[in-house]
Each structure stands twice: as C-alpha cells, then as structure tokens.
Design a binder for this molecule. Structure first.
Ligand SMILES: Cc1cc2nc3c(=O)[nH]c(=O)nc-3n(C[C@H](O)[C@H](O)[C@H](O)COP(=O)(O)OP(=O)(O)OC[C@H]3O[C@@H](n4cnc5c(N)ncnc54)[C@H](O)[C@@H]3O)c2cc1C
Length: 456
C-alpha cells in the first residue's frame, strides 16, 4: 500500500490531536501515513490556558504546562519540525512553502495554525515591535516574557489590562495575587461572555478585590517617558501604567492561505465540516476555524482549547479512514476570579438574550440567587444564575452562573440539557446529586430553572 504524506501546519492542541489520532486510526484501518508537522514556534502541545496561573505563581515554570514534548511526538513517529513557518500553500500542486524556501509535497494538508493575539498599532514602536513592558498573553514565550516583566517592574507596579474577556479577568487575578495594582479597561459594557446583570456581579467582585474596572473606553495610545511606558490613553482619559497587558482578542493565522483558493471568512477563519474538511485534500481544526453552534445553527468564532482538541481528534480519525465527527458546540465556557478574599466562578452556556431573539425565540429570562451548599454548611457560598427559556416551546436557551466555590461547574448540567434540546422543565426535574456540602435539597440550578418555568 502506498504511503499517504500528511503535512500538518501548527503543532499545538488541534494539530497534534489530529496527528496522533490519525496514527491511531491508521493502525486500525491499515493505512500507512507519513506525518510531518511544521510549527513556526519553539513549543508544542502546551496549555496556554495555564499561563495566567503561571503568572500568578501557582505553576512553577513553563515546562509544567507542556503536555507532550517534541521528543515524545518524534518517538511516536511524527516528523516534527519546529521553527519552520509555512508562508504559502499551492493546492493544485499540493505543496506548502516554508519561510526558508523549502517546498514540501503533501497528499493531505492539515491547517491547525490557531489564532495569534491581536496587537494593535498603538502598542508598537516605530520598528514594529511591541514596547518592552507591553504584550499579549498567548504563547509560552509570552508567559516567560511576562514573568520577567513582572520581576523587573517590582512591587508597587501598576498593571493595565486591556480587554475584559476571560483572559483579561484571569490576568487581573494573577496581577492582584502578586500584590500589584490593576486597572481593567474594556470598550464593552462588561465581561464579554455574560449578560449585563451577571457581568456587573463580576465587576463588583473585581473591585472588591482591589482592581479598578473602567467600562466603555477604547484605548488608543500609550503614554511614554522616553522608551518607558507610563500610561495608556483613550478619548478623554488616561491611566498610569507600568505594564500593559493586551487581551483584546485573537485572529486566525490563515494569511498563508491568501490566494490559495480556500474560502475564508471576513476575519480570516475557516469553516470546516464536522470531519474537518475545508477543500479536497485540505483539512482544518482549532482556533483558526469557526465552530457550528447547535442551538441556532450558526457559525461562531470560539477559540477554545476544548474545541481544538475535539475537532482535531475527529479530523485525524476521518483523515485516516475513520468517521469521527465533531458535533458542534452549545457555547459553554468557564473561568475564575480569585484574589484578595474574593472567589468567583464564572460560566455560561447557550445563547445570549439578543442571540435568542435573533434566532426567532421568545425568550424569558430570570436571575435567581441562592447558595452553593446547604446554608448551615461552612462551604455555602452565594451564587447567582441567569436562566433563559423560550416562552412557546419551553426550550432551555441559555444559563449563566456567577458564584463562589462549586458554582462554576454547575454549568455542565445545563449544557447537557442544551445539548439534547431539552426544556427548562428537564433542567428543573433532572436527577442531580444532593448532599449538604454540595447543594441545597433542590439544587439552586433547578430552583432557577423552576422559577423560569413558572413564568412561561
Ligand atoms: C491565556 C489563555 C488562556 C486560555 N484558557 C483557556 C481555557 O481555560 N479553556 C479553553 O478551552 N481554552 C483556553 N484557551 C484557548 C486555548 O489555549 C486555544 O483554544 C488552543 O491553544 C487552540 O489550539 P490550536 O492548536 O487551535 O492553536 P494554537 O494553540 O494557537 O496553535 C497553533 C500553532 O500554529 C503555529 N503556526 C501558526 N501559523 C503558522 C505558520 N504559518 N506556519 C507554521 N506554524 C504556524 C503556531 O506557532 C502555534 O504553535 C486559552 C488561551 C490563552 C492564550
């Protein structure tokens, strides 16, 4: 049997999941694959998700975040080439070209190039490099750079975090826990993941822990003292800063596909099918792609590791003759803010109110407050839940949670109901676990669902 040459571009979550699954499936299907993985970076298979906790001091070093080393990938039979950037793809000739001028032929091409952090022009020096005390939190190298900056800035430094997505919140936690002053700035009305009421609860928690939160401002410049950053500016305002964290989002790294004939969205994302196919002999998975949201059958950009791993696995299996499919998402995510005596777990699943309206629903929403455990237990913490259901069909549409220890992963029960197109009554009456340290006799999630059900 002939050998199929597979070239994977991108050696992190999606690319390496795809490569290893392809090898596993090929053993079952009897195919022979020669897999080459190219990555422009120096690292492979690491948890970017752990970087904020490395910055906070919970994780000893970047090596602890590496799930599989380059040597382990090579031992598994993968020809892994780090420091190798792909700059062009010729789909007809089935080759990719590297920055070093090498042309590599493939039979199947896997695009798993992720989505690098957006670095706005105002953060750059005239030579195009970011100012030394300004940067994103995206790669292991970024993590190492932040550890060094934090060290250099020393006690008493003030950090401005630009962007209130989950990375902005996690970095705010890290900086506060290191004893630094923090201002979190966002052009939005609050935490991007949440409805307004829930977002306000997070903002209050951040302020209680000593952070300053400034909403509705768009940073447009840096204040400089020579080459030293001393603040950020926006229309009508400014804030002092020794360090500036850029957490304003990411953009798919698909520039090398320009002109190749592959269809990209306006933002440069790919839209692979459930098996990962984007064109004949071309596959894609991970942050460079949008995902299909099952609830309203829309494409959404949700650059999350949980999707990258699953989609990569389905892709690898399909490429090698299997038929695993990535079934889409219900838009679930979770984060935590814990500093200075404040502990907030923050999670969401499903649609937001406006998305539900846009999808033709008649949404009813309600916020319920309760307790994460029986009130007489020492672990009982306050929790608030936002639940949304459709008035006509009673279908559960979305749930958001902000609360103390044990609050966040409650979202999974709601996500399971959404996954199966369940109703708010399903959520209210499901058999969820109860004992005093974990819940009240009626779990607060079920109380919240029942209260919405009563209003439909
Ligand atoms: C601080 C932080 C916290 C996070 N927390 C969470 C979390 O809690 N939960 C969660 O689900 N997700 C989280 N994520 C997101 C998660 O890390 C990403 O979704 C995941 O890493 C995506 O994997 P990927 O393989 O698609 O892309 P990436 O990890 O970005 O890997 C893409 C690789 O492609 C390489 N590459 C790009 N272009 C080229 C090219 N032209 N040639 C060669 N190589 C190229 C890059 O060097 C990179 O190594 C977090 C991310 C960050 C930054």
């Amino acid at each position: 049997m002939s050998v199929t040459r597979v070239v994977v571009v991108g050696a992190d979550a999606a690319g390496m999941s795809a490569a290893h699954q392809a090898l596993r499936t090929a053993r079952r299907t009897g195919r022979e694959l020669a897999i080459t993985v190219l990555d422009r970076g120096r690292h492979t298979s690491y948890s970017a998700c752990g970087i904020p906790y490395w910055m906070a001091g919970d994780v000893d070093g970047g090596d602890d975040l590496v799930a599989r080393t380059a040597a382990q990938h090579r031992e598994a039979g993968i020809d892994l080439r780090l420091g190798t950037e792909v700059v062009a793809a010729d789909l007809e000739g089935r080759t990719v070209t590297t920055a070093g001028g090498e042309s590599l032929p493939y039979d199947e091409l896997v695009v798993a190039t992720g989505a690098p952090a957006i670095v706005p022009d105002w953060a750059l020096r005239p030579d195009g490099t970011p100012h030394p005390m300004v940067g994103p939190v995206k790669t292991l190298d970024d993590g190492a750079a932040w550890l060094q900056r934090l060290e250099e800035a020393g006690d008493g430094a003030h950090v401005v975090v630009v962007g209130a997505g989950y990375i902005g919140v996690e970095v705010t936690e890290a900086a506060l826990r290191r004893g630094l002053g923090v201002t979190l700035l966002t052009r939005g009305r609050g935490l991007a993941l949440l409805e307004e009421d829930m977002s306000e609860r997070v903002a209050i928690g951040l302020c209680d822990a000593g952070a300053e939160v400034v909403l509705g401002v768009e940073v447009t410049g840096l204040q400089l003292d020579g080459d030293r950053v001393c603040g950020v500016t926006w229309e009508g305002g400014s804030r002092e800063a020794d360090l500036v964290v850029l957490a304003i989002g990411v953009r798919p790294a698909t520039g090398f596909l320009a002109g190749s004939g592959i269809e990209l969205t306006e933002d440069g994302a790919l839209r692979p099918d459930a098996h990962g196919r984007v064109a004949d002999h071309v596959w894609a998975a991970g942050d460079c792609c949008e995902v299909r949201r099952r609830l309203d059958d829309r494409w959404v950009f949700r650059p999350l590791g949980t999707h990258a791993n699953k989609h990569g696995r389905a892709l690898g299996d399909s490429l090698a003759g299997g038929d695993l499919a990535f079934p889409g998402v219900v838009d679930t995510s979770i984060t935590r803010f814990a500093a200075e005596g404040v502990h907030l777990e923050i999670a969401r699943t499903g649609l937001g109110h406006d998305e539900a309206v846009a999808a033709g629903h008649d949404p009813v929403t309600l916020v319920t407050e309760g307790s994460t455990a029986s009130g007489y237990m020492p672990e009982a913490d306050p929790i608030a839940l936002w639940v949304m259901a459709d008035r006509r069909t009673r279908r559960l549409l979305g749930v958001q949670v902000v609360g103390g220890r044990g609050a966040g992963k409650r979202i999974d029960a709601a996500a399971a109901v959404l996954w199966h197109d369940g109703t708010v009554d399903d959520l209210a009456w499901m058999d969820l676990a109860y004992a005093p340290p974990f819940a009240t006799a009626w779990d607060v999630l079920q109380v919240a669902a029942r209260r919405v059900a009563e209003r439909l």
